[in-house]
Design a protein around this ligand. Structure first.
Ligand SMILES: Cc1ncc(COP(=O)(O)O)c(C=O)c1O
Length: 363
């Protein structure tokens, strides 16, 4: 069609999602495959969230509570924040979108690690702003180099900790040294999608900075540790004046009824979260040992996934694993052509991945 597409929209790279199981099975004519590609919860959704969703189903002819009263009240109590400091999103993705729409003008700069979660670049470009990617240093976010790239046009800085796809953390002291160099008027967005899995006590927590009134937005999600990726629910914690600005661009019913209900129930399901963390941490430890036994290099991780270097092209390993019904993520699009990322699954899924990898390696 002969419609004019603005150049800044043409420049947006397409988001590459993990392959859905159904698609892989259809394409390859296989069954019983395992998906270890999108860092989802291997245990499924929280049973309490499931029960709450079932009860709420009969009310889906109603619009959801646009203010998200119940869920926000719960989150505020849990995090010791004022309800006015929390904004719900259709996934934490949508908080990134709202930040970009609310704060970016054409030509503004957005500093981010390279590689990092693709949505930072996509939303910056969609707002006609300029992404400023700063390479990792030894697979870690290089906050000193990012500080060197701040200019009077910088509006937002994205830091993802633990970092996807490396699993590395920034430390509190590194982050605070960076914040000391942050000029007034720049918002620091700390993407903490995987924070529940962190075992290293040196890691930062956005809540400390938000409570202290710093210009920090913490991005949190129910998609990972809480097992609700398919419902799409996340939130941001932030200074109240930032939340007020975001409320101007937030679509009125962005967090749907089932998602709000499930998230509130999942927050109360402490047993499920505990079990999730036990399974994931045991899975990380098992996979690290098994990969080393196979002679492979994998990065230490503070998350629910591992980045693994393979002898050859990550893409070929991805394909060969797919043929064996195991879906992982090739990392060429992240700039690591000889790596794959594997999400931690249930014990039998992890063993299946290791066995498939052993076959592909011919060991
Ligand atoms: C670093 C990072 N941030 C944000 C998200 C998005 O999470 P949500 O499902 O809440 O939109 C993901 C999902 O994979 C992620 O890896």
């Amino acid at each position: 069609m002969n419609l004019k597409v603005p150049e800044h929209i043409r420049s947006i790279p397409r988001y590459v999602p993990g392959k859905p199981i159904e698609e892989v099975e259809r394409e390859r004519g296989i069954r019983h495959s395992v998906k270890l590609a999108s860092n989802e919860n291997p245990l499924g959704p929280s049973p309490r969230a499931l029960a709450a969703v079932q009860r709420a189903l009969a009310s889906v002819h109603r619009y959801p509570d646009s203010s998200g009263y119940e869920l926000i009240r719960k989150l505020a109590a849990r995090h010791r924040l004022d309800p006015g400091q929390i904004v719900l999103g259709n996934g934490s993705d949508e908080i990134i979108n709202m930040l970009a729409r609310a704060y970016l003008q054409p030509g503004d700069e957005v500093v981010m690690p390279q590689p990092s979660f693709q949505m930072y670049e996509i939303e910056a470009r969609a707002a006609a702003a300029i992404p400023v990617p700063v390479p990792l240093n030894h697979f870690r976010t290089d906050l000193a180099a990012m500080a060197d790239r701040l200019t009077p046009r910088t509006r937002i800085v994205f830091v993802n900790t633990p970092h996807n796809p490396t699993g590395s953390l920034v430390t509190r002291s590194e982050l605070e040294a960076f914040m000391a160099r942050l000029p007034e008027g720049v918002l620091l967005a700390l993407d903490e999608a995987y924070i529940e899995f962190v075992r290293d006590p040196a890691g930062p927590d956005s809540l400390d900075y938000v409570r202290a009134g710093r210009p920090v937005v913490g991005l949190r999600t129910f998609s990972k540790a809480y097992g609700l990726a398919g419902l799409r629910i996340g939130y941001g914690v932030m200074p109240a004046d930032v939340a007020e600005v975001l409320s101007r661009v937030r679509p009125p019913f962005n967090a749907n009824l089932l998602a709000q209900t499930a998230a509130a129930a999942a927050l109360d399901d402490e047993g499920f979260l505990k079990e999730t963390l036990e399974v994931v941490h045991a899975g990380v430890d098992y996979l690290q040992r098994a990969l080393v036994d196979l002679g492979l290099e994998c990065l230490p991780t503070q998350s629910n996934f591992l980045m693994v270097r393979v002898p050859g092209e990550g893409r070929q390993f991805f394909e060969a694993l797919l043929d064996r019904g195991v879906i992982v993520r090739p990392l060429a699009s992240y700039g690591f052509p000889d790596c794959i990322r594997v999400s931690v699954g249930r014990p039998e899924e992890n063993r299946r991945f290791v066995e498939a990898l052993r076959q592909v390696l011919g060991r």
